[in-house]
Design a protein around this ligand. Structure first.
Ligand code: GLC
Length: 578
């Protein structure tokens, strides 16, 4: 595989509203991020993804952009941004911006012009269509519930609809229009010219539309509609020309790192999207989310335990490896509940479980993205009432749950365990009022554990989740393990239910990552581990080194013992050490 500058890097996602406030308005901002750059450097971060910081009405927390070439005043100014970029660079950190190109905000001047004059050139930047028999043009359901069509503002008395796969305040952009595409390339280049080194590309599969808007057979939700994602999957083959042009006109100019938010992946699409000449550098591993969210509503979502988590993640590893591509392993992000609350058994939904999951995530093949707060072991937030939620999706699902006959308590429970707000609550810096996040009132409630789970406490504790993350990123930067962790092959090591184990190996070195999520103690002679012959057929096989351990691990000669939650990385052979 051709080596790229971003291979072997560790990325971190900042949710700007909740990272660090500098001016007491209760909302995080760029100067707040600047003040925490040393923290990110010490955490071993190489790439920093900022969720959207552009001007926006924030109906969908900035994923509704009203000006692509500026900074939302609540976050700061372009000067603040330039300072952030250069101070991050001084610390060896490159910035990644969020590109939301499937839709803009209904407050964007393009959409305002389209509404003012549906015959204007800007009107064709959107999908504006006549309905069918007084109904919307098709029966697709938006990602946030309800039809993907709404009446064009200002034209409610006419049979004129516009398409939005997400909220009605997020009108979809018409990528068939060449002028629109030019505008897109120029806004991407605006940020590249400022020094941005990469982009996270939002909801990109939704940009392809069948212009006959045929709709689909109703899915299982029982509302006569079909989820818009089903249409995306059908049209996957038609996206290539758009994404190639986007890449050629923008990303290749500066050898940018790009990571796509792509939910539906197949062997073929991985190659096309993230292979050697793929549209993007990499794509998030969203396989767990795809399983959980395969049902149309929160009320029907499933849970995943450690075995299902491992089986999704391992399948993704193999898929990408076979395609000569790299994935981007995640535990969660701003759209998902906390991984430790989702994938760990109840007795490990705590710091131990967080250390175990981190060990897996940071030694998998690919570019791991740590989501803010994961490095503290933050779990889901306890929301006491629906008034404590902010996310439009959660509020919509709550309404839907009530309509479908659930009691208030049941509806709340449903939303609480899956809401995107779980992981959007403020970063916990210390045990002072508002957790050091703001001197004012935080825009979203604090996580219940803020007095104990915070950066200040964890910096003093060598065994903390934070120090575990630091040790893991240090492992990735260590010249002895860097290459095998960056490029080494991935092979499963099936040692039984409740165990998550895999090999990383190249011609010089073989590592075993192994995690025990069971309650009982696990013991194994490493020479008998499935796949140990990867390493032990070599003459210098007697070298068995514990290079990383957390939560109670012992290695005596070749006998490994892991307590509940025990996590280890073991080097079975290393030429330089033999
Ligand atoms: C992506 C974002 C999510 C947003 C949606 C619409 O999935 O991650 O937060 O709501 O796109 O832009």
């Amino acid at each position: 595989m051709e080596k790229k500058w971003w291979h072997g890097k560790t990325a971190y996602q900042i949710y700007p509203k909740s990272f660090q406030d500098s001016n007491g308005d209760g909302i995080g901002d760029l100067r707040g991020i600047i003040s925490r750059l040393d923290y990110l450097r010490d955490l071993g971060i190489d790439l920093l993804w900022l969720s959207p910081i552009y001007p926006s009405p924030f109906v969908d927390q900035g994923y509704d952009i009203s000006d692509y070439c500026n900074i939302a005043p609540v976050f700061g100014t372009l000067d603040d941004f330039d300072e952030l970029l250069s101070k991050a660079r001084d610390r060896g950190i490159d910035l990644i911006m969020d590109l939301v190109l499937n839709h803009c905000s209904s407050e964007h001047p393009w959409f305002k012009k389209a509404c003012a004059d549906p015959l204007s050139p800007e009107a064709d930047y959107f999908y504006i269509r006549k309905g069918r028999d007084g109904q919307p043009p098709d029966n697709l359901r938006s990602y946030f519930g309800g039809s993907v069509w709404s009446k064009l503002p200002g034209h409610e008395d006419e049979d004129l609809w516009y398409c939005h796969y997400f909220a009605r305040e997020q009108p979809d952009l018409n990528w068939n229009n060449p002028q629109l595409r030019e505008q897109i390339y120029s806004l991407v280049n605006f940020w590249i010219d400022r020094g941005v080194k990469g982009f996270r590309i939002d909801a990109i599969l939704s940009i392809v539309k069948d212009l006959s808007f045929p709709g689909l057979l109703p899915d299982a939700a029982g509302d006569g509609m079909s989820h818009a994602a089903n249409m995306n999957a059908l049209l996957l083959d038609r996206i290539g020309p758009y994404l190639n042009e986007l890449k050629e006109r923008t990303f290749v100019r500066a050898d940018c790192f790009t990571v796509g938010e792509v939910l539906t992946v197949t062997d073929k699409s991985v190659r096309e999207f993230a292979g050697t000449n793929g549209y993007f550098s990499t794509m998030f591993d969203l396989s767990c989310r795809a399983v959980i969210e395969s049902a149309p509503h929160y009320t029907q979502f499933t849970t995943l335990g450690p075995d299902e988590f491992a089986s999704c993640v391992f399948a993704t590893q193999e898929l990408y490896q076979q395609a000569g591509a790299m994935t981007a392993p995640i535990l969660d992000n701003h759209d998902e509940p906390r991984g430790v609350s989702y994938f760990m058994p109840e007795y490990l939904q705590n710091a131990q479980g967080a250390r175990a999951l981190a060990t897996v995530q940071l030694t998998l093949r690919g570019i791991p993205f740590i989501y803010q707060g994961d490095e503290l072991g933050m779990t889901n937030t306890h929301f006491a009432s629906i008034d404590e939620f902010n996310d439009l999706y959660a509020l919509d699902e709550y309404r839907h749950a009530l309509e479908s006959g659930l009691s208030d308590e049941q509806a709340l429970r449903c939303v609480a365990w899956h809401s995107r707000d779980n992981a959007r609550t403020p970063m916990l810096w210390d045990d002072s009022a508002s957790a050091g996040f703001t001197s004012g009132k935080p825009w979203l409630r604090l996580h219940q554990d803020w007095r104990t789970v915070n950066v200040k406490n964890q910096l003093h504790d060598e065994n903390s989740v934070l120090h575990t993350y630091r040790r893991l990123t240090a492992l990735k930067h260590d010249s002895r393990w860097h290459d095998v962790l960056a490029w080494g092959d991935f092979t499963r090591c099936p040692v039984g239910s409740g165990m998550i184990a895999f090999w990383r190996h190249d011609e010089n070195c073989t590592l075993l990552t192994i995690v025990n999520t069971r309650q009982d103690v696990f013991t194994m002679d490493l020479t008998r581990a499935p796949g140990a012959d990867l390493a032990l057929s070599a003459p210098d096989h007697h070298c068995c080194d514990l290079i990383f351990a957390a939560n109670g691990v012992s290695l005596v000669n070749t006998i490994l013992t892991l307590g509940c939650g025990g996590a280890a990385v073991i080097c079975l052979r290393h030429k330089a050490m033999a």
